[in-house]
Design a protein around this ligand. Structure first.
Ligand code: ADP
Ligand code: MG
Length: 329
């Protein structure tokens, strides 16, 4: 039976309207929420908009706030503040012990380029405070006294300090751990795809719909320019850069990643981007490689199979692990 023309037109219109609704529904279903945590904007994205997804995102933010309360040096009750104030040793939370375990391992393997005992040096420079300044040589020498990978010992949940005035700082690793915890909470709530992005350091859960996530890596000297675009599913991407927190005196840039040997900001790199399964490992290694520079940094990374890096050296030249090219699009 031949359909009449007006009926076909009506059917087509209904079909188009239904398609438009489905498409709009799809777009609304993308959840994107931001909170200020760990001193930066944390954004969680889930390509799903139902109630369970919203609850999971709320729980993931709460988990990151819990980690911040344990590891922030600015909270008098945190494990980090209490350990810095302790004479000798302190029993810390299981989370804090886990961060110390990996941090001390990276500290030892990087020959102290990564260092969890830079608390006094960091306070001296006050880069994150109101009055950042270049300290004099005697002050720097005093802040470096007795620091290093051997100055802390972890025994189960007990952290011991080699000397009472040692101040600990988890600023180079805690954010990565908090990102890992947020991903674990999302996955535990049945979320299969997500992105947790803390000021540019991020970890992905699964893919983004049917496609991998696309992650742009910014140029360290031009915020608008991308060094590379990576396509990834379920991995972490963390960058340490000299452009994130710095001040300038007489045209010299003083930033927040310190070389524990000199007590001055590390000068071998402009930025180091690490790709790893864990954001905590990527965070610690990005800081370590930044201090070590491209040659020694890439040598360290051979001990971590599956970890990829894109390094911009101080002279602007880029260096990468062999496997990075496979992630580029
Ligand atoms: P961001 O926190 O900006 O993402 P990083 O992961 O590189 O960047 O961490 C920088 C922070 O790490 C500093 O603010 C300081 O707290 C700490 N830090 C600085 N130098 C070192 C170092 N050599 N080893 C370990 N931590 C460091
Ligand atoms: Mg780091």
């Amino acid at each position: 039976m031949p359909l009449n023309r007006p009926l076909i037109v009506v059917l087509l219109l209904v079909l188009l309207a239904a398609l438009a609704l489905v498409k709009r529904g799809g777009r609304e279903a993308e959840l994107r929420e931001g909170r200020i945590l760990l001193g930066t904007l944390v954004e969680i994205q889930v390509p799903r908009g139902d109630r369970a997804a919203r609850d999971a995102v709320t729980a993931a933010f709460a988990e990151m706030a819990r980690i911040e309360a344990l590891m922030s040096p600015h909270r008098p009750d945190s494990d980090v503040a209490r350990l810095s104030a302790a004479e000798e040793s302190l029993e810390v939370a299981p989370d804090t012990a886990e961060v110390f375990a990996l941090g001390l391992d990276v500290a030892a393997r990087s020959a102290g380029a990564f260092d969890l005992t830079l608390g006094r040096l960091k306070a001296l420079w006050d880069l994150e405070g109101d009055n950042p300044r270049v300290p004099d040589d005697a002050e720097i020498a005093a802040a470096l006294e007795g620091i290093g990978p051997g100055a802390l010992r972890l025994d189960g949940r007990w952290v011991s300090k080699a000397r009472p005035d040692l101040a600990v700082d988890l600023g180079g690793i805690a954010k990565g751990y908090a990102i890992d915890r947020a991903i674990a909470v999302l996955a535990g709530a049945g979320i299969e795809q997500a992105s947790v992005n803390a000021g540019g350091d991020l970890r992905l859960l699964g893919s983004r719909g049917a496609r991998p996530w696309r992650i742009g890596i910014r140029h360290p000297r031009s915020a608008e320019e991308l060094l590379a675009t990576l396509e990834l599913s379920g991995r972490a991407v963390v960058t340490s850069g000299d452009y994130e927190r710095f001040f300038e005196v007489d045209g010299r840039r003083y930033h927040h990643i310190f070389d524990p040997r000199s007590g001055y900001p590390a000068s071998a790199c402009q930025s180091v981007t690490l790709v790893a399964d864990s954001a905590m490992l990527a965070d610690a290694l990005a800081t370590a490689v930044f201090v070590l520079g491209p040659e020694k940094g890439l040598a360290l990374l051979t001990e971590f199979p599956g970890v990829e890096a894109l390094i911009v050296a101080a002279d602007g030249a880029t260096h990468a692990t062999p496997g990075l090219a496979e992630l580029k699009r």
